[in-house]
Design a protein around this ligand. Structure first.
Ligand SMILES: Cc1cc2nc3c(=O)[nH]c(=O)nc-3n(C[C@H](O)[C@H](O)[C@H](O)COP(=O)(O)OP(=O)(O)OC[C@H]3O[C@@H](n4cnc5c(N)ncnc54)[C@H](O)[C@@H]3O)c2cc1C
Length: 444
């Protein structure tokens, strides 16, 4: 017998997409006492690709929420520098150890662990509901505003106050909403695969600029997570040459990997990830707000998209969660989220576009050969203080957010054993922001 369509009517906020933006927003709005439903189209968070980076600014937010020690107990690796390898030289490009925050490192943690963690914390709040296997396919428009979403199973999820589109870079909802989009173009796509650690003692996270190739290696303990950058649309051609030719390309580009490339036996181990760089000109219309990649698809350059998505969620909650929890109409406030977030997005996308146009296009698309270290990179060697600039952009981004949304405090249960279910009172976070805490280094 066919399953009956699911219909939900009891939420103020419906969030489509359980990625970093959607899960963080779900946690924060539910924490403020707003009845919140997060719809995730997949049955779990275990997907082929989920960027694995949790940046210092995101770690700072987790600390502000009081979860940092618990979070860092989960298996993860820590990196505090980024290194480029060019013409057989290693050049440190970013040094995170000077950042003015508690965690002066990027935590590399499988993203499903990060999302599971957020879901686990969000579920402490009775206002939070997570619906897996629930795909939003369309918007429900009524009375000139968005009032919910239609689901793939024929059901619907009604939102009394707001729908948040956090459905990523191929957002269906932003398209259905007809929100105007500016496409900045992306000249690359990425092959994504793992290789075990080999005989080389090289362990630094970073990228290797080869002859017409660029390979990024993320140090994941006993294996490398690798990204092999190809010109946009060239994937079929690369695949047609066969996996053996691909192994040779990788080994030629990074000779240190030559002893482990034979572990790549089939294309099933190599995923193609499509890269886009775009942003909405308008992030909202009455009843609907887009955040994260749905509002601005980020390139993998710098590995900062997750951070921006999380910062959007925090800004949205800071601006909207309090009024929503008080039952106010938030439509007049939606543009404030874009006002707050579009400058950092434009700045980061500007840097990504420069890297696309000035470095990746000549190298990977036009197959330039770098036989010596270019002057801008040499400067990082000559003046180590310069390494703090990329560290700041990657680690903290621009216009950092802090948790300022209200918190619905859970009453202890009558038995005194932890939080009571379904029982919330409201309190405000400190208007002065978080209490500074001393730096942490080298954990994990
Ligand atoms: C090749 C590549 C590598 C990258 N590497 C990194 C990196 O290392 N670090 C980094 O910070 N950023 C990286 N990025 C960027 C990063 O992936 C994104 O910026 C970030 O994931 C955006 O988060 P999000 O929550 O907005 O969207 P997403 O992470 O895309 O999450 C969207 C969620 O919505 C769900 N969904 C989609 N449609 C629907 C629907 N209709 N209904 C319900 N659910 C839906 C999806 O299943 C998904 O769970 C990379 C990007 C690319 C392309």
């Amino acid at each position: 017998m066919a399953k009956a369509p699911s219909t939900r009517t009891q939420h103020d906020l419906v969030i489509a997409g359980g990625g970093p933006a959607g899960m963080m927003a779900g946690l924060l709005f539910a924490r403020a006492g707003v009845p919140t439903l997060v719809l995730e189209k997949h049955g779990d968070f275990l997907r082929d690709f989920r960027g694995d980076t949790v940046h210092p600014s995101t770690l700072e937010l987790i600390d502000e929420l009081g979860f940092l020690d618990e979070f860092l107990k989960r298996p993860h690796d820590e990196i505090d520098s980024l290194t480029a390898r060019v013409a057989n030289e290693r050049i440190q490009l970013a040094d995170l150890t000077h950042l003015p925050v508690k965690c002066r490192f990027v935590a590399l943690m499988p993203q499903w662990d990060f999302l599971d963690f957020l879901a686990e914390k969000a579920k402490l709040y009775p206002a939070f509901t997570l619906a897996m296997n629930s795909e939003a396919v369309d918007l429900i428009a009524e009375g000139g505003r968005i009032g919910g979403v239609r689901l793939a199973d024929g059901g619907e999820a009604r939102a009394r106050k707001l729908v948040i589109a956090a459905d990523g870079r191929s957002s269906v909802l932003r398209e259905k909403a007809g929100l105007p989009l500016q496409d900045l173009g992306a000249p690359i796509d990425v092959f994504w695969f793992r290789l075990p650690k080999g005989a080389s003692d090289y362990n630094e996270t970073g990228g290797t600029f080869g002859a017409g190739t660029f390979i990024v290696q993320l140090n994941r303990g006993d294996y490398w997570q690798c990204a092999y950058v190809v010109p946009k649309g060239a994937a079929d051609e690369v695949r047609a040459r066969g996996i053996a030719a691909f192994r040779e390309d990788v080994a030629r580009a990074v000779p240190d990997l030559a002893d482990v490339t034979p572990t790549l036996e089939s294309w099933d181990q190599v995923k193609l990830l499509s890269v886009s760089l775009d942003r909405l000109i308008q992030w909202s219309r009455p009843g609907l707000l887009a955040i994260g990649d749905a509002a601005h698809a980020m390139s993998p350059v710098g590995g900062v998209g997750i951070n921006l998505a999380v910062q959007d969620a925090v800004a949205a909650a800071n601006i909207l969660a309090g009024p929503m929890a008080r039952g106010e109409d938030v439509d007049p406030l939606l543009a404030k989220v874009q006002d707050r977030r579009q400058l950092p997005v434009k700045l980061v996308q500007g840097v990504q576009k420069i890297v696309h146009d000035r470095i990746l296009t000549p190298l990977v698309v036009r197959k330039a050969v770098l036989d010596k270290v270019p002057l801008p990179l040499r400067l990082f060697k000559l003046f180590p203080i310069l390494r703090r600039i990329p560290a700041r952009i990657v680690g903290l981004g621009f216009r950092r957010e802090h948790i300022r949304s209200p918190e619905a405090v859970l009453h202890p249960s009558p038995s005194g054993e932890g939080p009571g279910v379904g029982d919330v009172v409201r309190s405000s976070s400190s208007p002065t922001g978080p209490t500074p805490t001393p730096p942490l280094k080298g954990r994990g």
